[in-house]
Design a protein. Structure first.
Length: 319
């Protein structure tokens, strides 16, 4: 497990999967996507600056090549009010040599040489378009592979944040993170790559047994609803997408009380405009998303948990 310098305390990092608009329930395709929500990122950035939060935009290929995105995000990065990282959606990222399908939507399932080439082109495009070298990576759909860490280290990435602890994507041909730790840890013996998992906690009377019970819950959804309703066991991810503010605050309490050094919040950029994700279908849903962020950060502040950045994390972690 990674250790942090005295005085770092407990912090929170806001990550945004900054990506094209596509049909979430449709098959994958390399064209036909939209970027209409990009202009709404400016409002979100202004909101973040108002609450002294530096968001990390994890950018994929369509966003990296979009001039409006470069202007909005690039300006914030240049002013030190945002950071930029890499997010690989293989189905829209050149070179497009693979079959476009669900299995190959997890980049780690691709031949390692192809996965690395897609990443390298994307990283170079981000560095050119935003005039900043990205230091953090997230695989789209959390799709890490057996060789991903090797090339991330070789390409100068300091942090991976692809692991979604407590979740299992193996039924969709993806990774199984159900037993992975939530606490940051070193991926390699040389301590060149820090894993910063997205924060998900178990809440309820059976939360200590959550890792053993939840694989059964995923097979029996009605059981999960019963356990949550009775306060026995609930899985809470720190995201405004599908998680209420009350649930998130309970999740924050667990993460803080467990001594988690970094709470990683996340959501998808198309949720910043109505009509592009199942979570934000209208203006009321968008207001709810902003209320969620406002409420979570106010509560974290009351508990002494301050926002942080990738740069601060790397400066504080003991290598």
């Amino acid at each position: 497990m990674a250790r942090f310098a005295d005085g770092f305390g407990q912090r929170t990092l806001l990550t945004v999967d900054t990506e094209e608009e596509f049909e979430w329930n449709d098959s994958f395709r390399s064209d036909g996507y939209g970027l209409a929500h990009v202009r709404w990122i400016a409002k979100f950035q202004q909101f973040c600056e108002g609450i002294d939060v530096v968001p990390v935009y994890l950018v994929d290929w369509p966003i990296a090549k979009d001039r409006q995105a470069q202007d909005i995000i690039g300006d914030a990065v240049a002013r030190g009010k945002a950071e930029v990282g890499v997010q690989l959606h293989p189905w829209v990222n050149p070179p497009l040599k693979e079959e476009i399908c669900t299995r190959n939507s997890f980049a780690g399932n691709l031949p390692p040489s192809l996965e690395e080439e897609k990443f390298r082109r994307l990283r170079d495009a981000i560095e050119k378009g935003f005039e900043a070298a990205p230091l953090i990576y997230r695989a789209g759909r959390y799709g890490l592979g057996t060789q991903t860490a090797r090339y991330l280290c070789a390409q100068g990435i300091a942090i991976d944040s692809s692991v979604r602890s407590r979740y299992n994507y193996s039924r969709r041909h993806g990774p199984d993170y159900s037993r992975h730790p939530v606490t940051p840890y070193w991926v390699d013996p040389e301590r060149r790559l820090l894993e910063l998992p997205l924060t998900t906690v178990f809440w309820g009377m059976l939360r200590q047994q959550g890792p053993q019970i939840f694989p059964l819950v995923e097979k029996l959804p009605r059981l999960g609803g019963l356990l949550a309703k009775t306060g026995m066991l609930e899985r809470i991810a720190l995201t405004p997408e599908g998680v209420s503010l009350d649930e998130a605050l309970r999740g924050c309490d667990i993460a803080i009380d467990d001594g988690l050094p970094v709470l990683v919040l996340s959501f998808h950029s198309p949720s910043l405009a109505p009509g592009h994700t199942p979570y934000v279908r209208d203006e009321d849903d968008l207001d709810t998303l902003y209320d969620w962020l406002r409420g979570v950060y106010a509560y974290l502040d009351s508990r002494g948990v301050r926002p942080t950045t990738v740069a601060e994390i790397m400066a504080a972690v003991d290598s």
